[in-house]
Design a protein around this ligand. Structure first.
Ligand SMILES: Nc1ncnc2c1ncn2[C@@H]1O[C@H](COP(=O)(O)OP(=O)(O)OP(=O)(O)O)[C@@H](O)[C@H]1O
Ligand SMILES: [Mg+2]
Length: 251
């Protein structure tokens, strides 16, 4: 299937999705806290910066320093990218905390805080090619289902017209309607989760790709680890291949 792709920053993932994320589309990265969403996005941002693409990271729930610190802990140093201007980071988190502080001082609610999210996306400079929104949880928290659907659809559409390849990170509440709406709207979805191996009881991290338009998907969950070098996807033994190999050895 010949659509243009952009490398994810993780070689094994590129192989699995035929070269990378579909170019200029919006991909939803969902998963519970600590499942690896920000690290997955860190690999993508770093690879894109190294490839000379202008990138923007919109941080809504952690401060810039702690994002950069975690990147350093997996061997990724963004400081030269920031200095060169290939990585722009919007301090949405600091802006939010300031607004909350002011709202608390003036006795007003904080529900208005996200009203300018569409405008923030509209304001992304035209030369930005890669966007990561980490994350959509606050947008989902402060809005009704209809409002969330409208806003997410609009943000996705603005980024599409700006020709940006975007990762939307979102926490995953099982079967939550807003998550399902985001899955429907996005071009693709990668779900990250943590589980236990049924036999050994050992904790494992898994990645599941239920949707990626224009892309062949096996639908097999992939095991991965987060190491000091970031995400490492383990060798995939696909059920079909194992059965075929077994049949071939018998015949
Ligand atoms: N240097 C490292 N070495 C090994 N594991 C690490 C390292 N850095 C982070 N991790 C693991 O990655 C997890 C955090 O991943 P990440 O921040 O991407 O999660 P997340 O899905 O974005 O979480 P949240 O929803 O809270 O933002 C940590 O809980 C830790 O287990
Ligand atoms: Mg995160």
């Amino acid at each position: 299937m010949h659509i243009e792709r952009i490398p994810t920053g993780i070689r094994e993932l590129d192989e699995i999705i035929q070269g990378g994320y579909p170019l200029q589309q919006g991909i939803l990265i969902s998963g519970p806290p600590g499942s690896g969403k920000s690290i997955l996005a860190t690999h993508f941002l770093y690879r894109s910066c190294k490839d000379g693409k202008k990138c923007m990271l919109m941080l809504t729930h952690v401060n810039v320093e702690s994002f950069l610190e975690q990147a350093l802990s997996i061997g990724i140093d963004f400081h030269s990218c920031i200095e060169k201007g290939t990585l722009l980071i919007t301090k949405s988190f600091e802006t939010r905390t300031n607004k909350i502080y002011n709202a608390a001082r003036h006795g007003t609610g904080v529900g208005f805080l996200e009203k300018d999210c569409v405008q923030s996306v509209q304001d992304i400079p035209d030369d930005v090619e890669v966007v990561v929104i980490d994350n959509l949880d606050m947008l989902s928290l402060y809005h009704s289902t209809e409002d969330f659907a409208d806003k997410f659809f609009t943000i996705n559409d603005i980024l599409f017209s700006k020709k940006c390849t975007t990762l939307f990170l979102i926490g995953q509440e099982d079967k939550a309607i807003k998550h399902i709406i985001a899955q429907h709207t996005a071009f693709g979805n990668i779900e990250l989760f943590m589980d236990r191996e049924p036999v050994t009881g050992k904790g494992i991290r898994q990645m599941h790709i239920p949707k990626m338009r224009c892309t062949y998907l096996t639908l097999e969950p992939l095991n991965f680890k987060i190491t000091k070098n970031g995400i490492k996807i383990e060798k995939i033994f696909q059920r079909d291949e194992i059965i075929n190999d077994a049949l071939n050895s018998i015949l």
